[in-house]
Design a protein around this ligand. Structure first.
Ligand code: UT7
Length: 383
């Protein structure tokens, strides 16, 4: 018995303000984000692929997407570095106190080194280690759970979790079935230890090995890059929309229902559902299944598109001004693998004041014009 106590006291001695007996939770204490300047709208897209604004809006719900053009920068680290810089600026956290960085992405800059290494180097996180996590569109959901468990263990108290993708780097702009869907962007959160009953409190995560409908055929160790794979355009996203759609709705709705039941969450007390932004029809179907009003569903697919690992944190980035301490959030995501899940979080701070420090402003049709919102997001003065 004494041996166990000594072990626990030793293990927790790095955090003098957290006693051995207290339960440690992992809570988000700040959000940063970044999307590149270039905006590709449906009109421009319909000039190089056989599609229309009408079709894309009706079937997907995307109006515009941000694209990282080579003349601006390259690699997902370009996006994540800027998101982390904003996070550090907003939270005023000493960069040397950040212990770990997890980057959830399917479009790492390189096979190696990790994107996390590049981001850590770019942002002066001199005492951090880090690594990448790849779980396609469910990456950020899983990465939050991983970070939370490092924190719950008592060994770490400050971790940055990034989610984002440079989707245009693997989008085939000759394929109308996939190219309207995706955009580029990244966001990140600071997760910290707390003994309050807030933060990431529960999670349900699953994988079902099924990849014929959604994958990238070549470029990995199973099918190395070659002239043939390039000629066959096998380095782009391959997706059969309909079967993926069906799985996405069913799996995300099931996961949300499971998490809601386990935690006594109902349409009356859920403040926000934060769904992966794959298709506005999927988001609506998931919300309908648990009876949550669409006003309580974070949706930004119309101007962000599907940024894969970036969708959940970019929602937080934009909705931060509306978030209040004690809000009950259910996150859900679905992606290649198939990999999916849902998690329950109690929000830990009032977002309105924090968001003032950020160029990200909540955009909602009718409240502020799209042009005004873009201006504010770039840090330009309001007219
Ligand atoms: O993020 C990871 C998980 N991914 C998802 O959750 C995506 C799930 N799937 C979807 O969101 C939808 O299935 C898509 C948006 C990909 C496609 O929408 P859909 O309503 O399922 O369309 P469809 O693939 O069944 O195609 C219907 C028709 C076809 O024409 P025919 O065969 O009926 O004559 C397509 O060729 O629409 C045509 N089509 C288009 N037409 C104009 C497909 N893409 C386009 C396009 N513009 N961009």
């Amino acid at each position: 018995m004494w041996g166990l106590s000594a072990f626990l006291i030793f293990s927790f001695s790095r955090f003098p303000n957290i006693s051995v007996m207290e339960k440690i939770n992992a809570v988000i204490t700040g959000v940063g984000g970044y999307v590149p300047d270039y905006i590709l709208d449906n009109e421009e897209m319909s000039q190089f692929v056989d599609t229309s604004d009408e079709w894309i809006m009706e079937r997907i719900g995307v109006k515009t997407r941000h694209i990282l053009r080579p003349e601006q920068g390259s690699g997902v680290s370009y996006l994540m570095t800027r998101a982390v810089r904003q996070l550090l600026e907003k939270t005023q956290v000493d960069p040397a106190s950040v212990e770990m960085v997890i980057c959830a992405t399917t479009t790492p800059d390189y096979h190696f080194p990790s994107t996390a290494s590049i981001v850590i180097g770019n942002t002066g996180l001199t005492h951090a280690f880090g690594f990448d996590m790849e779980a396609a569109c469910a990456g950020f959901l899983y990465a939050m759970e991983v970070a939370a468990n490092y924190i719950r263990s008592g060994r770490y108290k400050r971790i940055i979790v990034c989610g984002g993708d440079h989707m245009s780097s693997m989008t085939n702009y000759q394929d109308r079935n996939t190219c309207p869907i995706f955009g580029d962007g990244a966001a990140c959160v600071m997760m910290e230890a707390t003994t309050e009953e807030v933060g990431l409190l529960d999670g349900y995560y699953r994988v079902e090995a099924s990849y014929e409908h959604l994958h990238m055929a070549a470029g990995g160790s199973a099918k190395m890059p070659s002239h043939e794979t390039v000629d066959a355009r096998e380095h782009f996203v391959y997706q059969e929309g309909r079967p993926v759609f069906k799985h996405a709705v069913t799996k995300m709705a099931d996961a949300v229902e499971t998490i809601a039941k386990r935690n006594g969450l109902t349409k009356e007390n859920i403040t926000w559902v934060v769904p992966h932004q794959a298709n506005v029809r999927i988001e609506s179907a998931v919300a309908r299944r648990i009876g949550v009003d669409e006003d309580h569903v974070m949706i930004n697919i119309d101007h962000m598109a599907n940024t894969s690992g970036g969708t959940l944190p970019l929602c937080l980035w934009e909705y931060e001004p509306q978030l209040k301490k004690g809000d009950k959030l259910i996150f859900t995501a679905f992606g290649a693998g198939f990999s999916w899940g849902a998690s329950y979080m109690v929000w830990g701070y009032d977002g309105a004041a924090e968001a003032q420090k950020s160029p990200a402003q909540f955009y909602k049709e009718g409240e502020i014009s799209r042009e005004e919102w873009y201006r504010l997001r770039k840090g330009e003065k309001s007219e």
